[in-house]
Write a protein that binds this ligand. Structure first.
Ligand SMILES: CSC[C@@H](O)[C@@H](O)C(=O)COP(=O)(O)O
Length: 338
C-alpha cells in the first residue's frame, strides 16, 4: 500500500482576498490559461458567479460573502448587495446560506463583515478536510472511483468535497484510479478535475459522459463520488446535470454512490428534491462549444444545469459531521442535529 501526501493547499487560489479586493481565478479559461480577475463590488461578483468565473456550490457561497463585504467596505446599500448576489444563480443553497450569515451581522462594521467572509472561507476548508476523512473511511482498498463535474479546490474553499474524499483516499493509499466524466456543456471534468488530479499526480482517465455505463458494466468502478448543490430534508440531491443518470446506472450495475457535501449544502426548508429550483442556462452553451457553433444554426436546445437524484439511489452522504448511510428524512435530521 503506497501512501501519498494530501494537502489542503493547492498550487493555486481559486478565491483570494487581498487587502480590500477579491481575486478570482477565471475558471472559464482553465487549464490552458491562468488568469486572475479582481473585483471590488457585489454586482461584479454576482456577474462573475453567473458567468462561471467562479463556480461550485461552496465556492459560490464564499465568493458571495466576500462580494457582500466589498459593498460594506464601500458604504453601499447592503440590502441591494444581498439581492444582486442572490439573483446570480438559483440552485446552490450555499449562496443563500452565506448571504444570510452575512446579513445577520448587518449592524456590524465593514471590517467585521470582511472577517466573517474570511471565516466562512476557512470553515469550508476545515469541513472539506473532515469530510475527506469520513468519506475515505468507507472506501475499500484499491478503490476505483468515477466522479462528475469538478468538486475540488476550485469549487470550494480548498481540498474539495467529492474530490477531497478522493484526495484523502489517495493519501491513505486506498484510491488507485479515478475516472473523470467530461461533464458537458462546461466540461468541468475535462478542464478542471483532470487538471487538479494531474497536479496532485493522482491517476486519472478522462471519459466522455456517455462512457460511464460501459465502464460500470465491465466491473471497472467501485464507487461513484459526486458533490451536491442542494440536499433536501429527505436526502434528495441536486447536483450537476448527469448525476442522476450516473446514480441510475450505478444502481443497475451494483456500483456504490457517495455524495459529498458540507452541512451548508442542506436545505431543510424543502421537503424533497421536487422543490429545488433548477437553473436553466442559455441554449448556446449546448449548441456551441466555447463560442464555436456545433449544432445547425437555429437549432433549439434545452440546458438544465442540474438534476435531482432521489435519496433512494444514494448509499452514503459524507459531511464534515459524519456519514449519513442510506439517507432518508430520519437519518438526515439525526446527523444535522449533531
Ligand atoms: C463542491 S462542488 C459541488 C457542486 O457544486 C458541483 O458538483 C457542481 O454541480 C458544480 O456545478 P457548476 O455549474 O460548475 O457550479
Amino acid at each position: 500500500m503506497s501512501v501519498h501526501s494530501a494537502s489542503a493547499h493547492a498550487s493555486f487560489h481559486a478565491i483570494e482576498w487581498r487587502q480590500q479586493s477579491l481575486h478570482l481565478l477565471d475558471q472559464r479559461v482553465l487549464p490552458h490559461e491562468h488568469r486572475v480577475l479582481e473585483y471590488t463590488t457585489a454586482a461584479e461578483v454576482a456577474d462573475a458567479i453567473r458567468a462561471m468565473v467562479v463556480r461550485g456550490a461552496p465556492a459560490i457561497g464564499i465568493a458571495a460573502a466576500y462580494g457582500y463585504a466589498l459593498d460594506a467596505l464601500a458604504g453601499r446599500d447592503l440590502q441591494q448587495a444581498y439581492h444582486v448576489l442572490a439573483e446570480s444563480r438559483p440552485t446552490a443553497v450555499n449562496l443563500f446560506w452565506a448571504l444570510e450569515r452575512m446579513a445577520a451581522l448587518n449592524s456590524a462594521d465593514a471590517h467585521t463583515l470582511v472577517a466573517e467572509a474570511r471565516k466562512i472561507h476557512e470553515e469550508d476548508i476545515a469541513a472539506n478536510l473532515a469530510m475527506g476523512e469520513f468519506g475515505a473511511s468507507v472506501l475499500p482498498e484499491n478503490a476505483v472511483i468515477y466522479t462528475h463535474c469538478n468538486t475540488g479546490a476550485l469549487a470550494t474553499g480548498g481540498h474539495g468535497t467529492a474530490l477531497g474524499i478522493i484526495r484523502s483516499g489517495y493519501a491513505e493509499g486506498k484510491v488507485t484510479q479515478v475516472y473523470a466524466g467530461e461533464t458537458r456543456p462546461w466540461l468541468q471534468g475535462a478542464r478542471l478535475t483532470a487538471w487538479e488530479l494531474m497536479q496532485d499526480q493522482i491517476p486519472v482517465s478522462l471519459v466522455c459522459d456517455g462512457a460511464a455505463a460501459q465502464l460500470f458494466r465491465q466491473g471497472n468502478v467501485d464507487w461513484v463520488i459526486v458533490g451536491a448543490d442542494r440536499i433536501t430534508a429527505n436526502g434528495d440531491v441536486a447536483n450537476k446535470i448527469g448525476t442522476y443518470s450516473l446514480a441510475v446506472l450505478a444502481k443497475h450495475h451494483g456500483v456504490k454512490v457517495m455524495v459529498a457535501a458540507p452541512t451548508t449544502t442542506f436545505d431543510l426548508t424543502l421537503a424533497s428534491g421536487d422543490d429545488i429550483p433548477i437553473e436553466q442556462r442559455p441554449q448556446e452553451e449546448v449548441t456551441s462549444l466555447f463560442g464555436h457553433p456545433i449544432a445547425p444554426q437555429g437549432c433549439h436546445a434545452i440546458n438544465p444545469s442540474f438534476d435531482v437524484t432521489p435519496a433512494g439511489l444514494i448509499d452514503v452522504i459524507a459531511t464534515e459531521k459524519g456519514l449519513i448511510m442510506q439517507p432518508d428524512r430520519d437519518s438526515v435530521a439525526l446527523l444535522l442535529a449533531r
